[in-house]
Each structure stands twice: as structure tokens, then as C-alpha cells.
Design a protein around this ligand. Structure first.
Ligand code: MRU
Length: 364
């Protein structure tokens, strides 16, 4: 997608293929900075510190992390140590485990001297594949947005489709296109008027800082709202459809996504607003049946809740304390939306209902 009018991806090989570059998302929206990842530890740090984030991008960064490691140490023991370390960088997004396991299985049968080049090519292939998958997810969701647009127009209403999204599941969360925002970009390309309600997404504000930034860069109409506004907007008919991304989906269709997604799904259900989840098939965890009981929920440091950073009037970026000194905070990163609240799953294989039978038939 575009940054200052120029097409970019979130991760790309350095010109001499000895490192990869990323956009440092922890610096957006006020600073656009790229960072060189030269070894596996850099990749692990980028994931852990959320310089890169979003389930698909975490997976591709980890794949490159394996490739960077294999350039220097390609023994079985080094492969195991690399994979074991990377997989622990963040706990909830299953794409991380999926990508690392894929790299391990792909590389193990190869002789050590071939692993460096093979791993690099495979990580690059996975990055390209992510782009193609997200494009297909966009086409899947586009059909729903087009149908809403046509129906509104046939009722003599404005044809603008109002979409609510939570967190950032746009191109910044993937290699390109995004998952939840891919249908938005597809609709824009087709000339369908769209407007996005952007949940700020406390505590790290991925909506206010990342989703708003990337939508602005693409020229998509959007409005940032506080996390608690979605229910009110739905009650007043101002949301036509909610579309979110996901970090892990169980074989039964329970959806884990950024904390607060569940409350949006409840409000959508109560107000008859369709609630869709956009996901690559790699986000399915076939081993799990009950999302609430089984999906590991990341708990992060309390300072993400007690403090905020932002651009001050003097042009400096500063961190300030919000809460009284001594008040403790809890910081759960994700929650689980039960399948019964999910209208459907936008996937690269088409629209799939969020239940065990449909998922087995459509995605296995
Ligand atoms: O903590 P983050 O920023 O990695 O959380 C990201 C999300 O919750 C996204 O919605 C999810 O990873 C899907 S990204 C296409």
C-alpha cells in the first residue's frame, strides 16, 4: 500500500540479501522509521517489542528470523534453538507457531549447507504468499460490502458503507493489503464509497495510531472513536458492518482478537449488525475447540495502561502518566469472541460460517 504516495510493504529484503528491513510500527504515526534486522535476535526483538505486530506479519518476520539464523549457523541444533526462541516471542497469534513450524519442517530434510539459501527463498515466498492471500480475503469481503452498498442504494439511502473495525488488521499487520481492511481497499478500488469507524484500541492504540494512519495514507474516509463508542453508533444505525482481524481461530469458530473485540461483537449481535472476521487459513488452530478456555491470552506490562505517549504541541514526542502513582493496572492483550456472535469468516478460500462443520469442509 501507499506511504506518501509510494507503494511499500511492511517487510522487505535489504538489497544485498543479508538482512531484512521493516517499518518500525512503534514509531508511527508521528515518525516513519525503517529498521534493519540483521540476525535472528533482531527479528525476535522486533516481534517482542512490537516494532512489527499483527498475526500474519509476526509470522513472516519469524520466517525471516529463521532464514537470518540459517545464514550463519545451519546445524540441526541451531535450527531447533532458533525455532524454540522465536516461537516464544509472543504467545497469542498462532501464525507465529505456524510460520516457525513450517520453516522447521521445510529445512530439516535439507543438508546444512543448503539451508541458508533455501530458508531465505522460503521466507520470501511466504511473504509473497501473504500478499496474495490477503488480496483474496479482500475480494471475499468486497462481495459483502458491495451487497450492503447496493441494498442501501435500492432503499434510496446514501450508498456509503459504514464499517467499524477494531485494532489494526490493515496492511501494517500483514506484508500488504491487510485482512480486515483488505475488503475496504478492494471496495475503494471499485469506487464503492466507504467510511471506517476506527476504534482507538486502548491501551496501545493500534487503531488511533496505525489504522488511522494507513487509511489516511490511502485516502479512505475514516473517523477515530473511543473504544466505548461502537455500541452507541450501532444503536443509531451508523454501522452497516463490523470487520475485524484475528490472532487465532479455533476449529469450532471461536475468534481471538485484540482486547475489546468481544464487546463489539456483543453490541453488533444485539443490534443486528453483521460481524465478520477476516483471516488467512494459517490463523486457524485445528488443535483447539474452546477458545475461551484454551487460547493463551497475552498479558503485557502495566505501564502500557498507566502511561501514554504522543506528540506534544512543541513537536516533541513525550510519555505521560495517566493514573495516580501507585494505582496498579491489568493489561490483557486479547479476548475471545464465541463463534455464535460471528456472522462469517472472510478467508482466501471464500466466505465460511464460523462453526466446526463449515470450517472443516471449507478450510481443511
Ligand atoms: O497486539 P497486536 O497489535 O499484534 O494485535 C493485532 C491484532 O489483534 C490484529 O487484529 C490481528 O493480529 C489480526 S492482524 C491481520
Amino acid at each position: 500500500m501507499l506511504v506518501n504516495g509510494n507503494p511499500r510493504r511492511t517487510i522487505w529484503p535489504a538489497p544485498d540479501n543479508t538482512a531484512v528491513e521493516i517499518i518500525d510500527e512503534s514509531r508511527l504515526p508521528h515518525e516513519f522509521v525503517t529498521v534493519l534486522l540483521e540476525n535472528m535476535r533482531d527479528a525476535e526483538h522486533a516481534i517482542r517489542s512490537m516494532q512489527v505486530r499483527g498475526a500474519p506479519l509476526i509470522g513472516v518476520t519469524a520466517a525471516y528470523g529463521v532464514a537470518l539464523s540459517m545464514k550463519h549457523h545451519a546445524s540441526d541444533a541451531a535450527l531447533k534453538a532458533t525455532c524454540d526462541m522465536l516461537v516464544k516471542a509472543r504467545p497469542t497469534a498462532v501464525n507465529l507457531r505456524w510460520a516457525v513450524e513450517h520453516m522447521r519442517e521445510f529445512l530439516l530434510p535439507l543438508p546444512a549447507e543448503q539451508r541458508g539459501e533455501a530458508a531465505w527463498n522460503e521466507a520470501a515466498r511466504m511473504a509473497d504468499q501473504d500478499v496474495a492471500i490477503n488480496y483474496s480475503i479482500g475480494q471475499c469481503g468486497l462481495a459483502i460490502i458491495r451487497a450492503i452498498h447496493d441494498e442501501k442504494q435500492s432503499q434510496g439511502r446514501s450508498g456509503v458503507v459504514n464499517i467499524l473495525t477494531h485494532c489494526n488488521a490493515g496492511w501494517l499487520a500483514t506484508v500488504d493489503w491487510g485482512t480486515a481492511l483488505a475488503p475496504v481497499y478492494a471496495a475503494q478500488a471499485e469506487g464503492i464509497p466507504v467510511h471506517v469507524w476506527v476504534d482507538e484500541t486502548r491501551p496501545r492504540n493500534q487503531g488511533a495510531s496505525l489504522t488511522a494512519w494507513e487509511l489516511a495514507q490511502q485516502g479512505v474516509s475514516h473517523t477515530v472513536i473511543v473504544d466505548n463508542a461502537g455500541g452507541h453508533l450501532m444503536q443509531h444505525g451508523l454501522v452497516d458492518v463490523a470487520i475485524v482481524g484475528t490472532d487465532r481461530v479455533t476449529a469450532t469458530g471461536d475468534v481471538c482478537n485484540k482486547i475489546g473485540t468481544y464487546l463489539k461483537a456483543l453490541a453488533a449481535f444485539d443490534n443486528g449488525v453483521p460481524f465478520y472476521v477476516a483471516m488467512p487459513v494459517s490463523t486457524l488452530d485445528w488443535t483447539l475447540q474452546d477458545g475461551v478456555k484454551e487460547i493463551p491470552i497475552e498479558e503485557r506490562g502495566e505501564e502500557e495502561v498507566t502511561h501514554l505517549s504522543g506528540l506534544c504541541e512543541d513537536g516533541q514526542i513525550r510519555r505521560v502518566q495517566l493514573t495516580p502513582t501507585g494505582s496498579h493496572a491489568a493489561n490483557y492483550g486479547f479476548d475471545v469472541t464465541p463463534a455464535r456472535l460471528v456472522t462469517g469468516l472472510f478467508t482466501e478460500r471464500g466466505l465460511v460460517a464460523a462453526n466446526a462443520d463449515a470450517i472443516r469442509l471449507g478450510l481443511s
